[in-house]
Design a protein around this ligand. Sequence first.
Ligand code: PMP
Length: 382
Amino acid sequence: MKYFDYAATTPPYPDVIRTMAEIMETQFGNASSIHGYGERANQLLRRARAGCATAIGVKPDEIVFTSGATESNNLAIKGTVLRYCSRGKHIITTAAEHASVYESVLQLQQWGWDVTWIPVDSRGVVSVDQVISAVRSDTVLVSLMHVNNETGAVNPVGEIGKQLKQKAPRVLFHVDGVQGFGKLPVSPAQWRADLYSLSAHKIRGPKGAGLLYVRSGVEITPLLSGGSQEHNFRAGTENVALIVGMAKAMRIAGERQSDFTKSIRILRDRVMDTISSIPELQLNSTKEGAPHIVHFSYPGMKAEVALHTLEQLGCTVSTQSACSSRSAEPSRVLLAMGRDEACAAGGLRISFGDEHTEEDVAILEKALQQMVAQLRPLERRM
Ligand code: PMP
């Protein structure tokens, strides 16, 4: 079976697993304890913090460790709008965000915040001008993703950050960086981002570990109370083993990014060309998108049927994002891109990782052709 669902999650590097196991066995101290066990755990934590900070070009004390990007996004959004509610109650985001951003903002809207939902174009990309012109005197936060998790569409976060800070320096800028790190060059500081979320398990680190970059000087109201860990922004005993695993995965992903981007883009383009050559399939990703994701629709066919057929043919892919793939609803992201219901309900995502080879891609291309040949007689009867 070939696994093509790296945007959902990735197999941790063997070295990451070994390091984490060793820490759990030998360095189990609580990093807040003042005895030797605690001090050794704290030292590991400090080193991991410095490593994560270096990987994204920020300062160690700007890193807040979390349980993953769902928490980082909730903390970035709710933590800042609660802290800065005296500045106003207006938030800007898009309809194509990951559920952890989308639903956080929806919840705030239900609690009385005013939200401008910026549309995306047919490629899934937001317009700089539309974001900037939505800024008002009571805007507190702009929250956008770097790379879309369903389609791989890349938002111009650098340009948005620059223009946002020229127009309204006090408006906070949050970037959900989960699908971009390790796949494209990233620089939250150059983008003028105040907050930047990452997740370890998308880059061959462990599940249950993530971070939020909080630019120094920015404050957030903690969502979890109970301890002074993580600069008082996130209470709870740090999971040192997972955090060290994440730091290691970030170092490897950062070092390999440029080579990975080049090699995976070649394979991705090949798969895109194959999909374009099959008349039943409709591409939803473009070659300008992130190098590791290809999204396509099989209009008139249920996505689960296509997914299971591909699985029988030896290839694991995904419908929508993993967080929404058990939902029967058409993809919110594809609807936001202006696709019709049939297209939005028949969407499949292929996503690549650093282990994929030309041989894997040849197997995938053959499976796609066989899948359509097998399902053709069932089309539109689904
Ligand atoms: N944002 C994006 C863009 C994602 O792809 C994901 C994971 N699907 C998340 C946030 C949430 O990350 P986690 O799984 O670490 O909670």
